[in-house]
Design a protein around this ligand. Sequence first.
Ligand code: GLV
Ligand code: GLV
Length: 317
Amino acid sequence: MVTRAVPEPALELLRASADVWVSPHDRALSDDELREAVAGADAVVTMLHDRVDGALLDAAGPKLRVVANLAVGYDNVDVAAASARGVVVTNTPGVLTDATADLAMGLLLAVTRRLGEGERLLRAGTPWDWAMDFMLGSGLQGKSLGVVGLGAIGRATARRAWAFGMEIAYTQRHRAEAAIEAALGGARFVEREELLASADVVSLHCPLTAETHHLIDAAALRAMRPTAYLVNTARGPVVDEAALVEALRSRVIAGAALDVFEHEPEVHPGLLELDNVVIAPHLGSATVETRNAMAMLAARNALAVLAGDDPPTPVKP
Ligand code: GLV
Ligand code: GLV
């Protein structure tokens, strides 16, 4: 059971060894529709907007063996509830690392060089004129990137930022291997407080968990430099969006570039009014190549579990 259309090659792979039902709707299913659709399924391929909790797993019934989430993030899935019912959960790491890091770097450049603002100015037909002090942004060379969560995407983003001349600092639970730090030009492992206080750009790459919910709140924003930028390509609720709007309005920080939002698909109206904000509609993994690879991986995960094999990319219970 596939909760929303996925690229054809993945469907072909699934159809070769299973009866496949794909949602005919070009939208997220409602909770009711989802419960109805999963009933009796052996395997479910879910999207990041599908909430997979105990109630949904129970609605699927005892035949269910695998939830193949078509995303690297799996905050939408209650993994403990799945394990308790003997259901394997899988995600799609790896295949979207570069696409997401590319987008993070694009957002970083867009907000520091005021690209969105410049485009809006031209599209509005506003008269303009080259001048020494026209629309000045902030350079990256010698500035520091503070990475929250040096996983695969955090590392790939840091590698790009380093190539642009930035110095890398990072925070997470455990220090990364020396080789990883060395490959990023000597990335510094720092406490979150130090990262917030010192970074010129803070980029979020942690999963959304109870621990990281509102990790960036009003106090964290106040701890940042008034010249600093925030980039979020992780999950919206890692940031207290109302607090961010307030901080951007009062220039507690210089700007923000966001691919994800606290109440997707809604965007806080305050963000839309501010010039020092760049926003994108959750495009991190949105390339043709990456979406194909994600769908193929999710299909392989589902089929492996159905065949009694270890899936390529299981989520640890
Ligand atoms: C996208 O947000 C993903 O988690 O894959
Ligand atoms: C800018 O366009 C320059 O030529 O320096």
